[in-house]
Design a protein around this ligand. Sequence first.
Ligand SMILES: [Zn+2]
Length: 303
Amino acid sequence: MTTNQDQLVKALTNDQNFRVLAVNATDVVKTAQSSHNLQSTSTAALGRALVASLLLANSALKGKEGLTVRLNGQGPVGGMLIDADADGHVKGYAQHPDVDLPRTAAGEIDVASGVGQDGFLEVLKNQGGTEPYASSVPLVSGKIGDDFAYYLAKSEQIPSALGVSVEVNQSDEVEVAGGYLIQTMPGADEDAISQLEERLKTLPGIATTLKEDPHPDHLIDVLFGTDNVKILQHLPVSFYCDCSKEKFAGRLAGIGRKDLQQLIDEDHGAEVVCNFCGSKYDFSEDDLVNILNKQTKDDENHE
Ligand SMILES: [Zn+2]
């Protein structure tokens, strides 16, 4: 029996000082790991970036809006690219899936060394306009959570606390993944902010909390106390890619007639792999000829 615990919860504290999002994304990170054959360090690095992107998208966007996160700290994991939308969908990949660095003295995965910190975090928001809104900040730690919090403070001028956690056991299995995002509301009480900062230092970890009870409401409860918040929404989250053979056929049509003819003559087909989800699409020689013929017809219609 499998029960998908993955969901995101949005809440507002009763004193109106803070908006809070919490998510359990364990299956999201498990799916990313199996889709991309991720080793331990790559799993934790991409996993944290997936969780943080989900939190960011669902705090800042509405409906069908989405965002793309690009992150590269020049570490062995290389660049990461993540797409998330306000509907709880996320997908992404890391340039080097096979990074497996030694753990830290505390037995934790060394995400900071895997990601590096000589680089940037860029967010492109697609809110339905002609041009996406793009903003980028330098990385501050490579640990992902701090880097996203810095982005929120710098680019969006919203003082925020963001925590992400991906726990991978010694057999490289994802035990739990999740996180929270707390945003200060305009006019929030200064004392309440400093009290929260103090409390965050003393709380049990995200992984520990979600292992106690996988429901993200439990994370909110630990952060603020159930009686002190109003739950606004629950939203299922998933690793989801909308690729299809038709979409890749469109891309193949775009590579130009000469290259298509070369694929037909020399390779007699093509296998296309989706970077985001690892799905493979086989195009037979006939498929490619059809794409080429359709393109020729389209060109004639335009003349
Ligand atoms: Zn895909």
